[in-house]
Design a protein around this ligand. Structure first.
Ligand SMILES: [Zn+2]
Length: 286
């Protein structure tokens, strides 16, 4: 008799513990400072869509999404004039995507992170199937390279002017290894607005999201991104987030409910100059 009472009691305890285990995590998770890290996990992104949607469309409850992804190695990291990457951050999975570049030989500018590489190859090949040629122009940009550009500008233009118009190292999205500037031969692989009117530029605008890329600096979002329209700069964020942003006409800053601080330069032409600087350097060098 005692044994059977013990057995029943044990079973009840096991049932209770199991029940608690499966019912409490949601409450615990909502108290966790890392709750939004679930954004990183694409498998669970679906569960968060309603939360993202609610905050994105409701400007009054800004408190709900004050969390901004600043984890350097995250595929959804926000990098802009205000949020930089650490000086020692170098992505560990950089590779050269098997696509055609606008210049020959090895350069770190050909590098991108593995996931972004694979997606870019699929995107470029899909364009090729439609008779379009998309060229890689500028990808990864190390902290050291950003710093050397900054230093070069100080020598050329002086400290005052440079601080007004040159990027602080660590603030180029290209350091994430998730961005690539692309162009096409009909415009001599230039990085300017004319790319948008080319068939290749239209393909990028209409289909990049299907491969996990967003147009990072859209035409109508300059005030919030701090960059003028850049139809050539694509950023990998994964297909689910890219589709979500595309379908809802949101830029990454809006997704994170970010708005620029007063101290941040809102000179969009300056932002664009930062992004194409390397390309200009390349032309000067060659
Ligand atoms: Zn760029």
């Amino acid at each position: 008799m005692k044994k059977s009472i013990l057995a029943v009691a044990s079973i009840l305890i096991i049932c209770f513990v199991t029940y608690s285990f499966f019912t409490t995590p949601k409450t615990q998770a909502s108290n966790s400072p890392y709750e939004n890290e679930y954004y990183y996990n694409e498998d669970q992104l679906g569960d968060n869509y309603s939360m993202i949607d609610a905050s994105g469309s409701n400007t009054t409850n800004e408190k709900t999404t004050t969390y901004i992804d600043t984890k350097p190695s995250s595929l959804t990291v926000l990098v802009n004039k205000e949020y930089g990457l650490p000086s020692d951050y170098i992505p560990q999975d950089l590779e050269i995507p098997v696509i055609t570049f606008s210049f020959p030989g090895y350069s770190e500018k050909k590098l991108m992170r593995k996931d972004a590489c694979e997606a870019l190859v699929r995107l470029v090949n899909a364009a090729k199937d439609e008779g379009l040629d998309i060229y890689g122009v500028s990808g990864y940009r190390s902290y050291d390279r950003q710093l050397s550009i900054y230093t070069k500008n100080i020598q050329k233009n002086g400290v005052e002017q440079t601080n007004l118009y040159s990027a602080k190292a660590g603030h180029s999205e290209h350091q994430s290894g998730l961005a690539m500037d692309v162009s096409t031969q009909s415009i001599h692989n230039r990085l300017d607005e004319t790319f948008a009117a080319t068939p290749e530029g239209k393909f990028i605008a209409n289909h990049a999201y299907e491969y996990g890329f967003i147009l990072r600096y859209p035409k109508d979002k300059s005030e919030i991104t701090g960059y003028a329209y850049e139809p050539w700069h694509i950023r990998y964020v994964g297909t689910q987030l890219a589709s979500y942003l595309y379908e809802n006409n949101l830029c990454l800053e809006e997704y994170y409910n970010y708005s620029p601080s007063d101290t941040v330069s809102n000179d969009t032409a300056y932002g664009t100059a930062i992004d194409v600087e390397e390309h200009v350097d390349y032309n000067e060098e060659n």
